[in-house]
Design a protein around this ligand. Sequence first.
Ligand SMILES: [Zn+2]
Length: 294
Amino acid sequence: MSVDKLDRMELDEAGTNPQAIAKAIHRQLGIRSGSVPVHEIAAALDIIEIRAEPLTSFEGALLTTPERGCGSILVNKQSGHRRQRFTVAHELGHFLNPWHRPTSDHGFECSRQDMHINNVNDSDTHRRQEAEANAFAIELLAPLTLTVSYLLGPPDLQNVWSMFQNLKISKAAAARRYVSLHDQCLALVFSHQNKFMFADRNPEFPWIDLTEGQSLPNLPAASDDTAISDIEEGDHQDWFSNPYPGELLVQTLYQQDDYAITLLQLSGETDDDKADTREDSFDRLMRYSSGSRD
Ligand SMILES: [Zn+2]
């Protein structure tokens, strides 16, 4: 089915769950390769205009009515192409979720900080609906059908780089999506000028004993011809207050202006165990892909 034939009525059956709404869109589209045409999808779902303007007080906005008959999206012209795509998807997430309540007289205004909130169980209504719009956005831009090929094999930031290039999402969004879907025990550390900013962990990954602004241990250096380091063995004491069983592997992706994303991997399993886990995980991922509507 082509993008302009999307049936909005059919999405209503997905209810208020952000991932379910995004999956319902992909069930209609059936995209198997390339990046997700988010502007065309928005246009097919009653977004009558997407305008890029030099915004200062927010990153994106949705102008609409409480009934959501139609809407217009504003994105920050000063942001890069990939961030603008995420903003369009985020605002579409507000537009299609009947539970979401407007945050201004005209609709929704979303800050750059709002685009990073990820706790969909937050008790604060505003933070929760921002987290849900983000959950919708990443599910729309990086559905499992387009990411599963990057998840097979040992964890490696080269796969995150490929997701960034092929799916046209930011490196940070690609890394977070990669770690959240991968079956291995992984965490991401985001840093600036070699100082800790925040971490994203799989539920089974232990607490990382660093605070904001603290200097990171020596990170593996970038290889000569890419911005990505080799995968090197790390020292548990650099990252945890207590040692954990298994080997700690560290790999860093260097970005502009001294920003960096470091992938931490804990592995304490035998090779046989790993093979079993990966097979189970692949089944789980495929179930997730074709998953239930709730
Ligand atoms: Zn928002």
